[in-house]
Design a protein around this ligand. Structure first.
Ligand SMILES: Nc1ncnc2c1ncn2[C@@H]1O[C@H](COP(=O)(O)OP(=O)(O)O)[C@@H](O)[C@H]1O
Ligand SMILES: [Mg+2]
Length: 440
């Protein structure tokens, strides 16, 4: 994930009861431009207080100190300042202490005497590893700030997120809709871009399995509360992937989907979209009332197919429907047409319809081709880590990341266009322009 490496400065808090040790560490760290000592403390209690004030990224923590030991302080700081990674400093190796420290939330340890190289490397390593937590906290903080600024008790803050809704759909099962949904959502994430992934395959949704998530709650809990949503309910129901991606999972059993009404889903998506920049929605192969409502809400529809005849036939039917659904704008204008699982070698291409023939038959250009890479994709699913988060430079992660950028550009270009057309109303010049009937 991009860690904004241009100008990051790692804020360090030093905790040790011996002032010479604190001084030595300070001197060592002064040489490093990307590390800044933001405070120090001589006792565990003081450490907790200072950590709360300076919000360090990394805490260097001694174990044996008067008043409160480093392990107790580690526990307190890890809970209170979630973005702080504690590194224990111990004399020789004290395996028992170290185990306790790790259980208390420490991320790493250094053995005294500490070499400068080891010190720098450890600080940078734990800082990097904490990136997902920082992203997650930043996301939550920004949502809370917007809410506080607007001063509304409910989360329904128009403008808090750009609210681009991207729906992934395929009339054919097994073509990789869920694979693409998880990867697109992950790829759209940025430090300043909040993304929510919703599993609207209500009966057999498997986004949680793809991302290795366990959740006690699901979309069902928000549907039940759809007329009475607030930040707390939403926060309790969404799960956070280790990458920081927010996810709303499908109900745990197929029969629980029976009572979910299409307009409640639409209402929920529209409400959630106000707090996110992108809402990515995975769907089932069903073409029903809910799918139609999601198509309506969607700013873009990613229509997924593969190179087999049944999938292309079904895609044909879908494109026909899109062409005829002109509840403005024409739905097919929103469509990104993606071919997934396309073999790159001749051997595996046998029996597949060539891309050019597909385009001819459908009278439509393919927007993106994602190669078939069975092993890479399976490994990623088994690990619960989207490809774009790990193997962005290799196929098919690369093509998935490119598709995400294509969508981002299209959506943001459109946003700028809308902004531009609205601009005259907000500028004083508009009056003059209006008087002269100018088009600008
Ligand atoms: N580009 C790809 N290369 C190889 N295997 C893929 C690719 N995309 C998806 N798969 C695999 O195809 C299977 C079906 O994918 P899935 O995303 O569940 O499809 P759908 O949601 O359309 O039913 C999964 O086993 C997945 O690992
Ligand atoms: Mg699926």
């Amino acid at each position: 994930m991009g860690s904004g490496s241009e100008k990051r400065v790692i804020k360090v808090l030093i905790v040790d009861d011996i002032s010479d040790t604190r001084e030595n560490l300070r001197k060592l760290l002064a040489f490093e431009a990307d590390i800044q000592v933001v405070g120090d403390a001589g006792t565990g209690r003081e450490a907790i207080q200072v950590a709360g004030e300076v919000q360090p990224d990394v805490v260097l923590m001694d174990i044996n100190m008067p008043d409160m030991d480093g392990i107790t302080a580690t526990k307190a700081i890890s809970t209170a300042v979630r973005t702080a990674a504690v590194v224990i400093m111990s004399v020789q190796s004290e395996p028992d202490y170290l185990r306790q420290a790790m259980l208390a939330g420490a991320r790493d340890y250094l053995t005294k005497p500490i070499s400068s190289e080891e010190l720098y490397a450890t600080i940078r390593r734990v800082y990097e590893r904490n990136e997902p937590i920082r992203q997650q906290e930043a996301q939550m903080a920004s949502m809370k700030t917007v809410r506080a600024e607007v001063g509304k008790p409910d989360y329904g803050v128009p403008g808090a997120g750009a609210g681009h809704v991207i729906v992934l759909y395929s009339p054919q099962g097994g073509v990789g809709t869920t694979t693409l949904a998880t990867n697109l959502a992950s790829a759209l994430m940025r430090q300043d871009t909040r993304v929510l992934l919703i599993d609207c395959d209500l009966q057999f949704g498997d986004v949680d399995a793809f991302l290795n998530l366990q959740s006690q709650s699901s979309i069902l809990d928000l549907i039940k509360a759809v007329n009475d949503l607030d930040m707390e309910i939403i926060d309790n129901v969404l799960v956070t992937h280790t990458s920081g991606l927010k996810v709303l999972v499908a109900p745990p059993h197929p029969e629980l989907a029976y009572d979910i009404r299409a307009d409640a889903v639409q209402q929920l998506v529209e409400a959630l979209a106000r707090s996110y920049d992108y809402v990515v929605i995975d769907t089932s192969t069903q073409y029903d009332d809910m799918t139609l409502k999601l198509f309506d809400v969607a700013e873009r529809i990613v229509l997924v197919s593969n190179g087999t005849i049944p999938a292309i036939r079904n895609t044909r039917k879908m494109l026909d429907i899109f062409d005829h659904l002109k509840n403005p704008p024409n739905l097919s204008d929103k469509v990104f047409f993606v071919l997934n699982r396309i073999p790159t070698d001749r051997e595996r291409s046998r029996g597949m319809v060539p891309v050019a023939s597909i385009e001819n038959h459908l009278k439509r250009k393919v927007d993106s081709i994602i190669p078939l890479e069975e092993r890479t994709v399976l490994t990623s699913v088994n690990q619960g880590v989207p490809l774009v988060a790990k193997l962005k430079t290799r196929s098919p992660g690369r093509e998935m990341a490119e598709l995400a950028e294509l969508i981002r550009q299209a959506v943001e270009a459109q946003e700028r266009q809308i902004d531009a057309t609205q601009l005259p109303d907000t500028r004083s010049k508009s009056g003059i322009r209006a008087l002269f009937g100018g088009t600008g």
